[in-house]
Design a protein around this ligand. Structure first.
Ligand SMILES: CC(C)(COP(=O)(O)OP(=O)(O)OC[C@H]1O[C@@H](n2cnc3c(N)ncnc32)[C@H](O)[C@@H]1OP(=O)(O)O)[C@@H](O)C(=O)NCCC(=O)NCCS
Length: 172
């Protein structure tokens, strides 16, 4: 096998093995301290503890973390609402040191699975127009740009992109 194919195979396999060492589970209140650390290193306007705690009071809110299978350390989280046929992704973040290893994708996949099981037809979210890592992640997973919210982010005045992914099976 040519050397570049070996290298490609090895890199692909390592990323797969890496993600396999992590599980996605429901968020617990005891995770909040670690989640606040990840939130603060990820966003200019981080959510407060109270905002995270509020999510536990909403029956339409779904909160998951991704953590190390053996040590149990939380390295990322996702929060989404499933209401009627729509699923709104409100927050997703992966610890800075753990990015680009497939954990964000793993969280998004769990979100889609839950949304489908609850009968949602589509997933949607808002993302800063300059947030290329997130835009690439959503694009890779099949989201498409459907509209602009002008000046949506009040700290910088940045526009928000609205992105959608249809998840309802087409009847043929
Ligand atoms: C966006 C975020 C959640 C992605 O998490 P991640 O675990 O690093 O993403 P993954 O490793 O699963 O990457 C999946 C895909 O996303 C895209 N991507 C992720 N990071 C990227 C980067 N730095 N540059 C370009 N594309 C990137 C790629 O398409 C990647 O697929 P590939 O590795 O096959 O090329 C992470 O960057 C993050 O926490 N950012 C800060 C918080 C944030 O912006 N949240 C989104 C708010 S809308």
């Amino acid at each position: 096998m040519p050397r570049c194919l070996w290298v490609g195979f090895y890199l692909g396999f390592s990323a797969y093995a890496m993600v396999e060492g992590y599980i996605v589970r429901e968020m617990e209140k005891g995770d909040i301290d670690r989640i606040l650390e990840i939130e603060r290193e990820s966003f200019r306007l981080p959510w407060s503890r109270a905002l995270f705690l509020d999510e536990f009071t909403r029956d339409y809110s779904h909160t998951y973390v991704v953590c190390d299978r053996e040590k149990g350390e939380v390295q990322g989280f996702i929060i989404f609402w499933v209401l009627f046929d729509e699923c709104h992704i409100l927050n997703i973040s992966v610890a800075k040191a753990m990015r680009r290893r497939g954990l964000g994708e793993k969280l998004m996949q769990r979100c889609e699975k839950i949304a489908k099981s609850k009968g949602a037809s589509y997933l949607y979210l808002e993302v800063r127009e300059g947030n290329q890592p997130a835009i690439n992640l959503y694009g890779k997973l099949g989201f498409r740009f459907v509209g602009l919210r002008r000046g949506y982010y009040t700290d910088t005045g940045e526009d928000g992109w609205v992105m959608i992914k249809n998840i309802k099976k087409k009847v043929t």
